[in-house]
Design a protein around this ligand. Sequence first.
Ligand code: MN
Length: 240
Amino acid sequence: MKTVFISDLHLDKNQPELIKHFIEFIEGYNEEIDNLYILGDLVESWVGDDDPAIGTDQALEVIRTLSKKSSVYFMHGNRDFMISSKICNKYGMKLINDPTTITIFNKKITLMHGDLLCTDDIKYQEFRKLVRNEEWQKMMMTKSLKERMQYAESLRLKSKTETDGKQEFIMDVNNNEVENIFREHDADVLIHGHTHRPMVHDINLNKKMCKRIVLGDWGKQSHILEIDATGMNFKKILLT
Ligand code: MN
């Protein structure tokens, strides 16, 4: 049984190459995957159930095909939190909470997108709270598709300018928050993405050795995680 974890694909109509690589990745890998976990930011933007998914619809169809023989799980990221459970059902994905804890081969593994761990970015955490609120989302959905798409675009530009001006540590996880998560979930392993800093961190938590595995964003390469009976394999994949 093989379980594969990916995140931060940021699939976008402006990057047809990346969409092609993702489709090839899934199709080439199809036979081997029993469970696929997509830990957020599958697409660069999503504005509601009526999102036309221009350019990304093919990638979503490939997920739907995969879901006929494998279990596909999806967790919201900060780009695609408007993907509803209805859309998830349409493409064969089971929507899971952030965080979610699973057990594989007797290891307790907590899954997150990763943005909740970045508690030093107070401004972002306030924004997150606002946009994850049901009332706010209902209000957004009263706007036209065009308005929502324009709003999403303005947020992307704003986030890009702000990110450029933010100090490095603010954009990374807060270590106290990481430790809190390990304790709260009694986890052996924490897997997340979001920071685009792929790495395996060994953490000594009161003499218990834990691992925090940060998945990579997708570009010319990425870092994914596979777990099977032989163990965990943090793997660099080339997408060219
Ligand atoms: Mn993210």
